[in-house]
Design a protein. Sequence first.
Length: 255
Amino acid sequence: MLASISEISYTETNIGAAIREAASRPVPTLIRIGTDHHFVKAFERDSLSSYREVSINAESSSADGWSGTLGDFLTRLDNRPGDGLYMKHTTLTDIDPQLVARVLRPVRELNWLSSLPNEMRPSWYWLMAGQAGTGTPLHVDSMASAAWNLLITGRKIWRFLPPAEAVHLGMIPIAPAYYEFQPVEFEQTPGDLLFTPSGWAHAVENPTETIAVTGNYIGEANIDFAISYFEAVGEHNNALLCQDVKSAFTRKDVP
């Protein structure tokens, strides 16, 4: 039995509260911010035109993958169907570190690891784009992180399995302390901001060409699970690091 996607309504004056609420829910959750929102406009093709000459790599139907410029890649999204082109490992920092500032502040603030020094801070913002027919197989996001995904153009079909099922499949060693949930299937359209909690396995299909911006985070909603996860997989240094980060953010004497 499939469950419906959890959804949160918002107004522009309370968008921050809506984002924090979505990130705190233990089920995949949607905020429809709409295609006119400046967060979407910031990553439309026209807004990326000044980066057309940036070199990028992408997956393709060729075993060697594809390399070229961002401009050539975006042109091929429409004009070369069937090449299996999917850019999903290019970070915003790879393109231009200033692009991170285009991500809404409340979204950036979800990731407590952003407070770490540069050499320790994970680069967890990506620009993803793929031709029709591409996708990502069933997986759980790394390092016990949660994720958000804002679709700019196209459609994505998401299939989610709850954490208990991910444990059963051997994808993660432990599940967050969630109640039992049902699988979720959802079609994302432009302007949809989707949140995937830690531990949820998910597969994604692109029935059309797509452009999205996405990021991962460890913060208030999932840092306890991250600590438990790192302990379970024997990454004790990462567990201690997350414990230190949690202590810094929850100190009573910090205003």
